[in-house]
Design a protein around this ligand. Structure first.
Ligand SMILES: [Zn+2]
Length: 365
């Protein structure tokens, strides 16, 4: 049983709405095939709720484990029909679960992906289609290189408006540190959008690759904002990049293509509509940022997730953390957030910030 201090009334309009532990009492329990679930009652409005109410598990007739397993299979590139066969449920049931899981993941991304440090950004677009081959669509993806965080994504046409929306979202959510380095491909709208949103407060370059017979024969690097001296200084300070490059976003694109049945090349299981694809991408993004340890972020025995490296959470999360985050335990958001980021003072503003981890702080104290 969860501590009652964590539970809050979930009825909008009630005086105790969203206040954990205020006027909440236990109201018995009920049994499910996977064990006991507690029910709580608000003393002010009389509304009752269970531990599943308001979460992605609400109304579920199976175990939470089965639900989590479906989400895992989906982000490992298994198609909808194959997931249904493996789990022994109907295709419609799996589709309904995934819709709920994706909504929870989208909400989670929106709440937690905030205030991350931006040192180096790379942006790119992925080509795919929905419904039929004639309806082409692009997936914009932006990675924060130092933490490998998939900071922004947007589906739509390859237009000025979409380019601006996705970059604006990332810049508003994150925190620019010093003079960030931004690299993209040669797509025409990036230059204007970055000039308008960040201006001379960043260094921006394009990496243009010329291909022949599917092989890169020439790589051209163009500096669009900033001077060559500032670019060299930024590259010297960067822990990841030695030259102006888009390797990290291209590696992320490969991860996305491998891990998603909808976005894989030469596949028969493409998405039937745009909403379906968007929801799937959000679920995948949540898994990539919060659940899946990133092999490039290995520090001794610990392999961190991108969200841990960005200082948003203190440990790898589980699907259960994500799916119950909007439920009766609103303070979970505070619990998973720890402040491990030390902002630079004026004195060392030019230097890369140092990130302290809790065990290091304990050792120092
Ligand atoms: Zn109430």
């Amino acid at each position: 049983m969860r501590a009652i201090d964590d539970v809050a009334c979930s009825k909008p309009g009630c005086d105790n709405f969203g206040q954990p532990g205020v006027n909440i009492v236990c109201h018995g329990w009920f049994t499910t095939t996977s064990g006991r679930r507690w029910r709580y009652r608000c003393k002010s409005c009389g509304a009752t709720r269970s531990t599943n109410t308001g979460t992605a598990y609400s109304g579920l007739r199976c175990s939470r484990k089965a639900f989590d397993q479906v989400a895992t299979l989906r982000v490992e590139g298994v198609s909808l029909s194959a997931t249904a066969r493996v789990m022994g449920h109907s295709r419609n049931t799996i589709a309904r679960w995934l819709e709920r899981a994706s909504i929870a993941a989208e909400r989670f991304n929106g709440h937690i992906l905030r205030d991350f440090p931006i040192l180096e950004l790379q942006a790119d677009e992925l080509f795919t289609f929905v419904g039929s081959k004639r309806r082409t669509i692009w997936l914009f993806a932006i990675i924060e290189v130092s933490s490998r965080l998939w900071a922004g994504s947007r589906l739509g046409r390859r237009s000025y408006r979409n380019t601006k929306t996705v970059l604006n979202d990332v810049i508003l959510r994150g925190r620019l540190i010093g003079v960030p380095l931004i690299a993209t491909d040669g797509f025409k709208y990036y230059s204007g959008v970055i000039m308008r949103l960040v201006g001379p407060a960043c260094i921006y370059g394009q990496v243009i690759k010329t291909r022949r017979n599917n092989r890169v024969i020439r790589v051209e690097r163009r500096l669009k904002i900033g001077t060559a001296g500032r670019l060299n200084k930024a590259l010297l300070e960067s822990e990841d990049s030695e030259t102006l490059n888009t390797s990290f976003i291209e590696r992320l694109n490969l991860t996305i293509r491998q891990g998603s049945a909808y976005l894989r090349r030469r596949s028969t299981s493409h998405a039937r509509c745009e909403d379906q694809l968007r929801e799937h991408v959000e679920l995948f993004r949540c898994h990539y940022n919060f659940v899946r340890p990133h092999r490039a972020l290995r520090f001794g025995r610990e392999t961190r997730t991108p969200a841990m490296q960005a200082g948003l959470v203190s440990q790898p999360l589980t699907w259960s953390d994500i799916f119950t985050a909007g439920g009766p335990f609103p303070c979970l958001f505070e619990a998973v957030r720890i402040s491990v980021y030390v902002p630079p003072t004026e004195f060392d503003a030019a230097e890369r910030p140092t990130i302290f981890w809790p065990h290091e702080q304990r050792r120092a104290a």
